[in-house]
Design a protein around this ligand. Structure first.
Ligand code: BTN
Length: 299
């Protein structure tokens, strides 16, 4: 390394200390050199955008890739004059946000932290099913990459064999019945370091796949699917995707517990309605539950 970069060995050593500070594991073999076990694939704008079709490119505005950012959602929320199809990706988030005020663990060069800005002329009241469609978009992209058995847990978790693979967080602003904006954030575990301090069972795509996965390819395919699905949702609404939801719904028929602010509720999950509410059979009555601040557990 020192010879190739025309620097001293000490400079190499010092620089690699900064790499370790990013959370990347560096193995040292004395007298031989350094190694990043499993290698590293940094985000590459060209590779990601090469996955977009000509049709989807019309829905796309620009892609910003940040090395470190507080939160990709927060960043897009703070931008002025941002327009639909603006996308933000980061190698690392220092204040990644999850649902219900939780932190989203976001180590460097490991996963996908992506946010897309979208304008909706018809208002927030028409967006109740958006996060469900975003979930469908991601699973559809992963299925095209030959990943099987990834499911959706209402309202916005991606799961594989009961473990969390990703999540969706949508920040809305604007009018209830007039023009409004959505920052659609998606976190997807691709190659999560095994010792990550996550407080629930989790999995990443690398553990599901039988061969090495490419972050750039996965992100490109997810972005393609996301932009297409958002546009279809704008035209047709959630109704258009109900069959997809039925196919991917991990909760259907399961005994579940809903925890909200007051008392937990027990019932049987019965799919969703046209507005994206979860239908839960409680006793002999089927109740629609809106996502709000509810968390769902399979009993
Ligand atoms: C969840 O709690 O399941 C939602 C997680 C959403 C995480 C993503 S990562 C990209 C975007 N930026 C954020 O700060 N959060 C979302």
């Amino acid at each position: 390394l020192a010879k190739k970069l025309k620097v001293t060995r000490t400079t190499v050593w010092k620089t690699l200390q900064h790499v370790s500070e990013l959370g990347i594991e560096i193995q040292k073999a004395s007298g031989q050199g350094y190694c990043i076990p499993g290698g590293i694939e940094l985000l590459d704008q060209e590779k990601i955008l090469s996955e977009l079709s000509t049709t989807t490119k019309k829905l796309f505005n620009k892609l910003e890739i940040h090395q470190t950012i507080d939160s990709t959602n927060q960043y897009l929320l703070q931008q002025k004059d941002v327009i639909s199809g603006t996308v933000c990706l980061a190698e690392k988030q220092t204040a990644g946000r999850g649902r219900r005020g939780r932190e989203w663990i976001s180590p460097y060069a490991a996963n996908m932290y992506l946010s897309v800005f979208s304008e909706f002329p018809e208002g927030i009241s028409k967006l109740s099913g958006l996060s469900l469609v975003v979930g469908i978009a991601i699973v559809t992209a992963l299925e095209k990459l030959k990943f099987k058995d990834i499911q959706l847990k209402w309202p916005n978790d991606l799961v594989y064999q009961g473990k969390k693979l990703g999540g969706i967080l949508i920040d809305l602003s604007g009018d209830v019945n007039g023009p409004c904006n959505a920052v659609i954030g998606v976190g997807l575990n691709i190659k999560m370091p095994p010792d990550s301090a996550i407080d629930q069972p989790w999995i990443d795509l690398q553990s599901i796949a039988s061969k090495p996965v490419s972050r750039n390819k996965i992100i490109g395919k997810v972005l393609e699917s996301l932009l297409t699905h958002i546009s279809l949702f704008q035209k047709h609404g959630l109704k258009y995707f109900l069959k997809d939801w039925q196919r991917l719904d991990v909760l259907y028929g399961q005994e579940i517990t809903l925890s909200s602010l007051k008392n937990p509720i027990h019932g049987t999950a019965k799919g969703i309605d046209d507005l994206g509410n979860l239908l839960v059979k409680i006793g002999s009555v089927i109740e629609p539950i809106s996502s709000g601040d509810v968390s769902v557990r399979i009993k």
